[in-house]
Structures are given as structure tokens and as C-alpha cells.
Design a protein. Sequence first.
Length: 434
Amino acid sequence: MTDFYQADFFTRKQIDEVQLSALRGAIERAKRAPHYGRTLAEIAPGDIRSLSDIRKLPFTTKADLRDGMPYGFLAVPKSQVVRMHYSSGTTGVATAIYHTADDLRWWSECVARGLVGVGVTSEDVFQNMMGYGLFTGGLGLHYAAEMIGCMTIPAGSGNTQRQVHLMQQFETSVVHILPSYAMRVVHYCRQNGVDPRRDLNLSVAMLGAEPHTENMRRRIEEELGCKVYNCYGLSEMCGPGVAIECPEQSGLHLREDHYLAEIIDPATLEPVEPGGQGELVLTTLNRHANPLLRYRTRDITALIEEPCPCGREMRRISRIVGRTDDMFIVKGCNIYPIQVERVLMEIDEVGSNYMITLDTERDLDEMIVSVELSAEVFFDDVRTLEGIRRRIIREVRAETLVTPKVELLQPNSLPATEGKAIRLTDNRQITHEE
Ligand code: DLL
């Protein structure tokens, strides 16, 4: 086994020691960036005596990154930078992240550790179905798969027919794919007489970059006949590979030798109780070009402290529930889009895509859930349709406390995006912010 993989099996004590010494170094290096040169001027290495002393440092936010564009967070001379990526700007603001050659090496190692952890080897054919380019899902997994020695197919996103053809022709055994796109591939296979269990050779699908539910995972596993693992990351923290599930499928192992995690209450900014849910805050420990300290990810999760039955003592995060800026309020109820997905994916007749629209009807908020049904449902069977509609209304209401309007649609009716799925459109006259 390659050396870098050993770090996955550090004991808790080793992890804590590695983190503390790396944190001191990270602070010193960060000060070379104009932003941290200002905000950390008062902090000396001696101030960090334990990991909890990280709370002496200020948070870094997306707004700070935006204000620091283009080079306010760069901590090395530009001549040492070999690549940049842009964050996808899901919230409208794209910011750049820079990497030295060494940053790219340890990032690839992090991802490779996650892949090896779920059994990927040099025998595998790895088809990367994520967008290449400024988005980190393409190159991030690509170099890791090559590092392991997989035959790597840089398929990129979209063109489902060609994707399935490649999978058949080269007997792809591992795919990296957006959850929403995996549902489209499933739909394509059904419509085109491809039985994934019979006609494909998949053993692992690595899913990430979008929130998705356990129910969606189970569906994709059943349909594609392979194991599905959850991979989390964000451009600001390099990209994919910050945390990846192991075969236990019960939480995503953080690569804690590179990332220091905290969970805070986004309202008070105080740490939550151990095991409590809150906003994930991450610190890069070894990044040279673009160190980020106490970066507020806006992702909602919880830290699982207990060692995992897989033998790793690296802490886990639970499946991401949503982002603080994803949450919407309807009739006083706080809702994450994923709650609606949880309900929909339990219903067999529901197909591969859905969308939530918020509107104002006679001065009142309204939540419309548009759902594509599977190709097996006959649209002239009015009684069945009515039954499905009533079930969705009942179960969404039980989950969110809001009674939705439900629109049932034929397959392929909703707009399909090439990148991350857009699940929510807010057309309300007054948008309700936190
Ligand atoms: O999505 C990096 C990535 C690529 C991760 C491929 C995994 C696989 P960004 O475009 O900057 O980077 O978006 C980051 O996507 O803050 C989360 O809100 C969301 N996200 C990423 N992975 C997951 C996941 C990439 N597994 C933002 N579950 C993050 C839920 C996820 N949400």
C-alpha cells in the first residue's frame, strides 16, 4: 500500500498532535497573505497551545474571499502557483483558489485515500462524469484516480448516450457522478433497454457536489447495481475529498491531517454541543498557496467523534443536510430542499427529477413541488395519479409542516442542468430571508 494511505490509520492521539503542530505552521504561513497579515497581526505561535485555541482566530467568510479577490488570500509568490480553480458561485459570487504543486499533490492524495478506502485499485476503470475546468469535480478526482493507477476516462459531464456507451465499451467499474445526473443515467438506461446489472460492470459510484438523501443513495444503488459512496468537498478547501465515506456508509471520514473541523451554531457562532448539528467550519492545515483559517462553509452537518468500525479514528461528518443559505421559510416553517427529496425518493412512482417553486398566492406563501414520475406510470390512469398526488402532499406536509401544491409531470419535463441541479426557485414578491 502506498505511504500516504497510512495517514488514514493514525490514532486519535497522533491526529491531535499532527493537527496542533500543523496549525501553528498554517497560521505563520497564512500571515504572508495580505488578508491574514492584517487580521492575524496580533496572533503569535505561542498563543496556540491547544487545538481549542483556534477559537482565538477570526472566522473567514465567503464575503472576505470576495473582498480579497484576486490575490488577497495568496500566501506565496505568484511564480509558485501552478493552478487556480474558481468556486462554482452557487450563491452568485465566484472566488478563486490557488494551488502550488505540493498543494495539488496532497489534495490528490486525500482523494486517493478516499477511493482506496472503498476498494478502488489499479485494476479499476474509472469514468469521471463530472465537469472538467474551473469546477473541481473533474480534475480533483482525475489525478487521484491516476495516482491509484486506474485507467481513467475523462468523460466530463453530459451526453448520457456517450457516457453509457463508454461504460459498456470499456467495462467501467467506478464512476464519479453528481447524484442528480446519476438519476438521469438510471432513467436513460431504463428508456433504452440497458439493464445496468446485466450490461454494465459497475462496482462503485462516488457521488458528491450536491446534497442528496440516503433514500436517493439507496435508489441509485438498487438501479445501478453497485455501492454508492458520498464524497464531500468545496472549492475553497481544494474541492472533493475533504471527507469521503468508507464501506460502513455511516458518515464521511474527514482527512483530519489536512483539515481541522469545528461545528458552530451559525446564529451565535459558538461551538455546538459535542455531536450537535451546526455549520461546518474548516481550516486548511497544509495548504501553502491559499491557506484558509476557520472558513465558514455554510454547510450543515454534525461531527461523529466515535472511532468507526472500519478502524479509522479520523472523525466523520454526517451527510450534509443543506446549506445555511439553502434554507427557505414558508409560512413560518424552516425547510431544506432535501427534506422534500427524502419524501419523494420513498415513493416508487417518482422518477428522476423534481423541483420546488415558491410563489405568492393572494399574499400568502405557496410551495409548489413539481415531480417527474417514472416512465412506468400511465398518465391516463387518473385514479393512480390522484393517489400519488395525495401521498406526496400528505408526506411532504408531515416532513415540513407545509401543505404543498403538487404538480405531476411526465419524464424529462423539468429542465435538466449540465452541472449541479437547481432544486429551488423563489418567485415570491417578498423573499423571506433569515
Ligand atoms: O462541489 C466540490 C466537489 C466536487 C465535491 C465533486 C464532491 C464531489 P463547489 O462547487 O465549491 O465544490 O461546491 C461546494 O457543494 O459547500 C456543499 O454545499 C455542496 N456539496 C459538495 N459535496 C457535497 C456532498 C464542489 N457530498 C458545495 N453532499 C459545498 C452535500 C455537497 N453537499
